[in-house]
Write a new protein. Structure first.
Length: 130
């Protein structure tokens, strides 16, 4: 089983994330055994709707409700680096400045695409200017 397709999700000009659907969402490598692949596919199906629900809640202007959604996704699988910038952005929108700054700085050490890292740095500058 190879890498799954990648969709780019622009977030209203803020963070741009790579949402990887399927086995690679869970950080898997190579060809897993059939049972493991089915289990991971089920995990991916559980994670993606929760992630998208968090984005919907955030976009609706309710960041306090989105924070635990993203935290729960990361608690289930901390290797999902594409969730990290969204969690940081959620703290930013909630105006929890120190936590947003801390989360964005943690994002800098993740293996994120250059475009996302540029946006992360932009958010850090915005927090620092407050």
């Amino acid at each position: 089983m190879g890498l799954s397709p990648v969709k780019t999700l622009p977030r209203a000009g803020d963070c741009v994330l790579a949402l990887v659907v399927g086995h690679s969402v869970l950080g898997g490598q190579g060809s897993p055994a059939l049972g493991q692949a089915q289990s991971e596919s089920q995990d991916a199906r559980d994670i993606e709707p929760r992630f998208l629900a968090g984005q919907t809640v955030l976009d609706a202007g309710r960041p306090a409700k989105a924070i635990p959604t993203f935290q729960n996704v990361l608690a289930q699988d901390p290797s999902l680096i594409w969730v990290l910038p969204e969690l940081a952005r959620t703290f930013f929108v909630a105006e929890i400045w120190q936590r947003a700054r801390s989360e964005f700085f943690a994002d800098l050490s993740a293996n994120l695409p250059d475009l996302v890292l540029r946006n992360v740095r932009r958010f850090i500058r915005a927090v620092d200017s407050r």
